[in-house]
Structure formats: C-alpha cells, structure tokens
Design a protein around this ligand. Structure first.
Ligand code: PMP
Length: 406
C-alpha cells in the first residue's frame, strides 16, 4: 500500500503556507524538516500541563515531567533497537553528540600517534571535532577516498586500518551525495582491526529503519530536527561498556552522585553525560515524532521517498540540458545535488525561491567534499515523506523557466 501523502500533508500546518504568492514546495528537508501537529501538540501540552524540572522534584508535576522524559528515552532506545535506555544520551543534536564522543572517547583511549579515520564525504560536524582532538592529542586523521559515483573506496579503507586506529567516524548517509554507506561492513572491518565506530545518522534516521545492534555500531548519533522533531534535541547512542569507561564531557548538576570540594563522584549512565537541565519537553516531542513515523511504517516511507528521488533524478536528467548530478551511488537516499551549466547555484536558488520552491544552495557544510569535486557548491533538493511527484513537477517546470534567464 502506498503512503497516503495527501492525508499526511494535512498533519503539517506549515506545508499550506504560501511563499511570494505561490504554494510552498519545501525541498530543504536535509537541512531541517517540518513538524506534524502531534509533535507541536506535545510541545504545547508539555509547557501547558506538566512543566517542571525533571529528576529532582518531589512534587507531582516534576514526577510527571520525569516520567514523560524517561519514557521518551525508552522509546528512543526501542526505535534504535538499543539494548537499554541507559545507552541513550540526550544532546542538543548531532554536532554536540559528536563533540561529546570526540572529547570523552578521545580522553579515554587516544594517545599521541593513534589514528582516527573519517571520509571524504563528511559534514563539518564529523570533521572538525576530530581535528580538535587530533591537535590536542597529537593523533593522525586519515580520510577514506570516494569514487566517481560518490561511494566510499572500501579497499583503501581496509588498507588504512591498523593497530593504531582507535575510531572510524563515518556518515550513514551523505548530506550532499545521498550515498548510503555500507555501515555493517565498515563496522566489521573496523572491529577486526580493534577500532570502534561512530556513525553520523543525521541524514539516515528519517528515511529508513536503523538498528544499532544489527549494525554493531559503537556510537550512533542523530538530530531531532531532521526527523520531524524540534530543534535543540538530539541523541547519542553508545554501547554501555564504552560509555561507562569514558569520562564526563561537561560538569554540573544531574551528572554527579556526590560533590565535595575535595572530590566529586559521577552519576550512573545515562546521566553522567547529561550535565544541567535537559530539554525535557523536546525529548517527549522527539519520541512523538518517532511514533508518528512508526505509525506510517518504514516500508511505505522508504518506498515513497525512493520514488520521489528516482522520479526527480530521471526528469532532471531527461529534461534539463547540461545538468550535472553529484552522487550516483547504487544505494542512495533523500538528496539530489546538481549544477546546471555554469549557472551559480545561488542565483538559481534565489529565483526558485521567488516561485515558492525552497532548495538549499552552497557547500552544505562539506567544503572538503566540494574541494574534491572541484566546485564551490551545488543546488540540493532533499525529500521528506510529505513531498509529492506533483511538487517535483512544479520544481522541474520552474527550473526550466528560470534557466531561460541565463
Ligand atoms: N551530519 C550530517 C550528515 C548532517 O547533514 C548534519 C546537518 N546538516 C549534521 C551532521 C549536523 O547536524 P546538527 O546541525 O543538527 O547538529
């Protein structure tokens, strides 16, 4: 059965907006997604009816807020198929989760001369924290190359792994190329070499089911706002034995057991990594967003989004002269990056915006990838479960129109 996209669209109030007098076509979902009514209601209800700080209060409101927050944690653990909700750490997003691991795992097990492996297609969030660690600890950063289709060169990756490799930090899905990386294989190779693996799931979790135990990932991170949930909340999944051995990332309330001026002892998982008041409203809204997706079902979501990507790719290739598509991996999801002739993506983006079409243009926080491709940036259309073939038609027709101005 197909996804009932017209029905789904009515769940997202923002989609009925007009932009410069045109119905909005929102194709910037890789940057952030729109929110369904159920998620908006969850935020509203949270502040209206059970707003009280979690974990510390004896009063009813605080107990209810704590229960809702911890229920959300358990639902997220189930969503990722984690062993335990103790392995789910709330963060502000993917970026903070990666920084947490870079700092804490870096302190725990990286020494001068060690190596960390990343790839040519990483987002700055999965590059710069490792560069900071590399500077601090005098370790070496190694980069897996990609082939002309935008897929990782696995042979080169294998030959990079050695007894000095501590961690492989790799994106599940490229936010520029759309490539779905073979994480299970990547993890297997890394584990055989004695290295751990962090997976950046920012562009994956909204598009297909993720099972951290099946992948055997040591760390898996994602952002709420890219999966129909609010900004300011994200998740770090980590295997218990690693998290238990890693030192805290930030100090403050919540993460302690006992504080004296002489010595402080730290709280158990997951709180050891959650200093300060958590975003206990957004955590419940994130769990609601996941429930929304699960209610629709992954089969329907993935089939629908793959159809949009294939349809848009085919029309772009067939009907736009001198179009260049970046990322032709066999396993691809969600995003379509392209350039038309020598037209600057910014100029096309501005003109499409005037017709109500929201696309992203630029380097997409992946400057090393742009350097490798020898370009400044691309246009990027990225799809969500509420997009339609009709919107792709509007986009292609608009693109044809604006190209005639150059
Ligand atoms: N990694 C990837 C692959 C991304 O696409 C993004 C967001 N564009 C991030 C990391 C960073 O996510 P956030 O800004 O939500 O922390």
């Amino acid at each position: 059965m197909d996804v009932d996209v017209q029905n789904i669209r009515t769940d997202f109030p923002l989609l009925s907006r007009q932009v410069y007098g045109h119905p909005l076509v929102y194709f910037d979902n890789a940057a952030t997604t729109q929110k369904p009514n159920s998620v908006l209601r969850k935020i509203d209800e949270g502040y209206r009816f059970r707003n009280a700080n979690v974990h510390r209060g004896v009063h009813l409101l605080s107990q209810e807020a704590t229960e809702a927050h911890e229920l959300a944690r358990r639902q997220i653990a189930t969503f990722l198929n984690a062993d335990s909700s103790d392995e789910i750490i709330f963060t502000r997003g993917t970026t903070e989760a990666i920084n947490l691991v870079a700092f804490s795992f870096g302190e725990y097990c990286c020494q001068a001369g060690d190596e960390i492996v990343i790839s040519q297609m990483e987002h700055h969030s999965n590059i710069v924290p490792w560069q900071l660690l590399a500077e601090r600890k005098k370790i070496r950063l190694r980069v897996i190359p990609i082939n002309e289709n935008g897929e990782l060169c696995l042979k080169e990756y294998r030959s990079m792994l050695n007894e000095r490799t501590r961690l492989v930090a790799i994106t599940h899905v490229s936010n520029v190329l759309g490539t779905i990386n073979p994480i299970k294989k990547i993890v297997e190779f890394a584990h055989n070499a004695g290295a751990k693996v962090l997976v950046d799931g920012a562009q994956a979790v909204a598009h297909f089911a993720v099972d951290v135990r099946m992948l055997d990932a040591d760390f898996y991170v994602f952002s709420g706002h890219k999966i129909y949930a609010p900004t300011g909340i994200g998740v770090l999944y980590g295997k218990r034995e690693l998290l238990e051995n890693m030192p805290p990332y930030q100090g403050g309330g919540e993460m302690i057991k006992k504080v004296t001026f002489e010595k402080t002892t730290y709280n158990d998982l997951p709180y050891k990594f959650e200093a300060g008041t958590p975003d206990f409203i957004s955590s419940t809204a994130l769990a609601e967003a996941l429930r929304y997706l699960l209610d629709i079902g992954w089969n329907k979501i993935t089939t629908h989004e793959d159809d949009l990507l294939n349809y848009a790719t085919k029309r772009l290739q067939a009907e736009i002269e001198n179009v260049q598509i970046f990322g032709n991996a066999i396993e691809k999801s969600g995003v379509l990056s392209f350039l038309v002739r020598d037209i600057h993506p910014y100029d096309l983006g501005v003109m499409l915006d005037k017709l109500g079409i929201a696309l992203r243009t630029g380097h997409h926080c992946a400057q090393p990838l742009m350097d490798y491709l020898g370009i400044q940036g691309t246009m990027r259309a990225s799809f969500a479960l509420y997009n339609t073939r009709e919107e792709v038609d509007v986009f292609i027709d608009a693109l044809k129109r604006v190209i005639t101005f150059f």
